[in-house]
Design a binder for this molecule. Structure first.
Ligand code: COA
Length: 172
């Protein structure tokens, strides 16, 4: 990122998808922060995000020029026929490695959460206990811990807890 190309946070558009999938797969292959630990087939990942954008679900990107360097998306937590959970959504987010630790995540998540107000009451997420930067960010913007699955993350000889967190849109 240079002074000549200020970072932009905006709603994701279909033209962002190729770069978005590259960013997503780069973080999957880090094997530290997300459930998937290998790159997804490009067509599958592209179709998933294209469908969420077309459905009007909150979906924001951070752009450095034309390059997607971060994303935050929110989808219903259960299929529409699960009537009792229609007030619940699930949030996911990530930044490319070089763009972390600069406050960009906070801008992205605040933009996505603003789009959830009036749409869902509960915005849920899960985060690994070793991901201290993410936990700190989530608490800062108003998420609270509501459960902890002890030792539920195990990979490459390491073990962590999975922390379940929730943000109540009507409390904001
Ligand atoms: C998690 C993530 C989205 C956070 O976004 P970010 O822009 O890097 O975070 P910020 O710069 O806003 O920092 C968030 C907080 O963590 C703190 N922090 C920064 N680096 C840290 C570190 N290495 N360890 C602990 N806390 C750290 C910051 O100081 C800030 O707290 P503060 O505002 O109280 O000072 C981003 O780091 C990321 O994409 N990580 C990899 C993918 C991922 O973890 N996705 C989420 C899965 S649940």
């Amino acid at each position: 990122m240079t002074a000549a190309t200020p970072l932009i946070i905006r709603a994701t558009e279909p033209r962002d998808l190729a770069s978005l999938v590259e960013c997503l797969n780069a973080v999957f292959t880090e094997r530290r922060f997300l459930a998937f630990t290998a790159a997804l087939p490009v067509a599958e990942a592209t179709a998933y995000h294209a469908a969420n954008i077309a459905a009007g679900h909150p979906h924001c990107v951070a752009l450095d020029g034309d390059r997607v360097v971060g994303l935050c998306d929110v989808v219903p937590a259960a299929p529409p026929r699960a009537e009792a959970q229609r007030h619940c959504a699930t949030l996911g987010m990530l930044l490319a490695p070089d763009y972390r630790g600069r406050g960009i995540g906070e801008q992205l998540i605040r933009a996505a959460l603003a789009a959830c107000v009036g749409r869902w009451q509960r915005v849920q997420l899960s985060v690994y206990s070793h991901n201290e930067r993410a936990v700190r960010l989530y608490r800062k913007v108003g998420f609270v811990e509501e459960g902890r699955r002890i030792g539920a993350w195990q990979l490459d000889g390491e073990t962590s807890d999975i922390i379940d967190m929730v943000y109540f849109t009507h409390a904001s």
